[in-house]
Design a protein around this ligand. Structure first.
Ligand code: HAM
Length: 443
């Protein structure tokens, strides 16, 4: 084929059929675990009014300042492709009055996010998050539960060697004092900071703390710790989170430099890192945002959540050479030779699928040998061969692709034969979640 006319836009990637098994596995196992923790799915639009993100994430953050995909629609509205999920979920919580029941809302989401960042391994412009938001409680058990849930997902996927970094970024009572203290400490060193941090010094000094530049880190060596400036409420909350993490046997590291790039955090901020990724080693991150609901027009409502980057999970698994058994491969491949056999085979194929077998046949006019090769390529457990001879004698040839054993059986008896020889129906009923009790066999 000639060079394609178009390529996927920089920073975006196709997820191809050969990779999709892993994605589907990640997402379906995440859904199961979210349900175990009593989270319900919420789906919000991929674009929202631009000001929603500016107001939630913060005007001075990199995300809002440099990374948003913002456009005017035909009605002259400024819209933005969501760079993260929290703002949209809180908007929906308020708009749909999810607070009205008075119940804690435990919500999860799975989907694409968009940030105009410099693409590299583990960093894309369209990427995917699995996230949760628990809105309506300030209980430190919920912060510990969020971290536990995040780790439960990673454990399920076989990720190892993870580290949990925990901090408290304080609240509206104690943070301003700390910010002033930090600015005071840095005031004679501003020119030594990187260009970004020189701007942050005025507008968002806390972000200087987790700048990756070695110069900035050297300047910060003896900087005051936010943990020494927490008010009593924040201190007690952090002690509570730590106690509950210890109760759950979760190891963590207190990291007073952890700030995160979203301004809505109050109190708890956490990150989970994997050593099996390059510089983009944060695989999941989150924290508490007790002021966001109020900031977006609601009553003061505490909340906590996190999001995991799916691409990073997949990269870490590949890096660890961890293979997840994905149950791929066909049950049956139909090899039909001649027009009559193809016609007959086409109907039988339909019956086999109704009986719950994952089955396919050739549609490209291949010869017998090429069809057998295709059965191999598709990892079929059995091949069914039907030609003129078989049709005349009302038989069909069945070949077990693992043992190579072949058998001639009656055409009529092929479905019961396969049921018996491929194990119980429930093992391979792909039509539904019947556990073997559906009527697919009888159809
Ligand atoms: P975040 O730290 O901005 O938090 O993103 C969460 C995760 O998304 C990151 O740890 C990373 O794994 C992944 N991620 C972020 N940007 C990219 C990118 N450009 N390419 C690939 N993966 C990326 C949030 O988004 C918050 N909304 C999390 C949260 C929910 N906090 C409270 N509730």
């Amino acid at each position: 084929m000639s060079e394609p006319l178009y390529q996927a836009v920089r920073g975006t990637k196709d997820i191809l059929p050969e990779e999709i098994g892993l994605w589907q596995y990640l997402e379906s196992s995440a859904r199961e675990i979210f349900h175990l923790f009593n989270y319900k799915e919420i789906r919000t639009p991929v674009f929202e009014e631009t000001t929603l993100f500016a107001r939630s994430i913060g005007d001075e953050t990199d995300i809002v300042g440099k990374e948003m995909y913002t456009f005017m629609d035909k009605g002259e509205r400024s819209l933005t492709l969501r760079p993260e999920g929290t703002a949209g979920v809180v908007r929906s919580y308020l708009e749909n009055k999810l607070y009205a029941s008075g119940q804690l809302q435990k919500l999860y989401y799975v989907g694409p996010m968009f940030r105009y960042e410099r693409p590299q391994a583990g960093r894309q412009r369209q990427f995917h998050q699995l996230g949760v938001e628990a809105i309506g409680s300030d209980d430190p058990r919920l912060d510990a539960e969020s971290i536990a849930l995040c780790l439960a997902l990673f454990t399920q996927w076989g990720l190892k060697d993870l580290s949990v970094q925990l901090n408290s970024v304080g609240c509206a009572i104690c943070r301003p004092d700390y910010q002033n203290g930090l600015k005071n400490f840095l005031k004679d060193h501003v020119s030594e900071l990187c260009e970004d941090c020189q701007k942050r010094y005025e507008k968002n000094p806390l972000r200087i703390l987790d700048c990756k530049s070695t110069h900035c880190q050297a300047v910060l060596k003896n900087a005051p710790s936010i943990l020494n400036s927490l008010c009593d409420g924040c201190k007690t909350h952090l002690t509570g989170v730590e106690k509950h993490l210890q109760g759950l046997n979760i190891s963590y590291e207190l990291n007073s430099r952890l700030v995160r790039g979203l301004d809505y955090y109050t109190r708890t901020a956490f990150e989970i890192q994997s050593p099996h990724l390059g510089s983009q080693n944060t695989i999941g991150a989150g924290g508490r945002y007790n002021n966001l609901v109020e900031q977006l027009g609601g009553e003061s409502t505490p909340a906590v959540g996190f999001a995991i980057g799916s691409e990073r999970v997949i990269l870490a698994l590949q890096e660890m050479k961890e293979s997840i058994p994905l149950g791929e491969g066909l049950d049956l491949y139909f090899v039909a030779m001649g027009e009559k056999a193809q016609e007959h085979g086409f109907v039988l194929l339909d019956q086999l699928r109704r009986a719950g077998f994952l089955a396919d046949m050739d549609y490209q006019g291949r010869g017998m040998k090429a069809q057998m090769k295709q059965a191999d390529r598709l990892k079929a457990k059995f091949t069914l061969v039907l030609g003129d001879y078989e049709i005349e004698n009302s038989t069909i040839q069945v070949k077990n692709m693992e043992t190579g054993l072949q058998e001639m059986i009656s055409l009529e008896g092929v479905i019961p034969w396969l049921m018996e020889n491929m194990g119980a129906h429930e093992d391979h009923c792909h039509s539904c979640d019947c556990g073997g009790h559906c009527q697919h066999e009888g159809e």
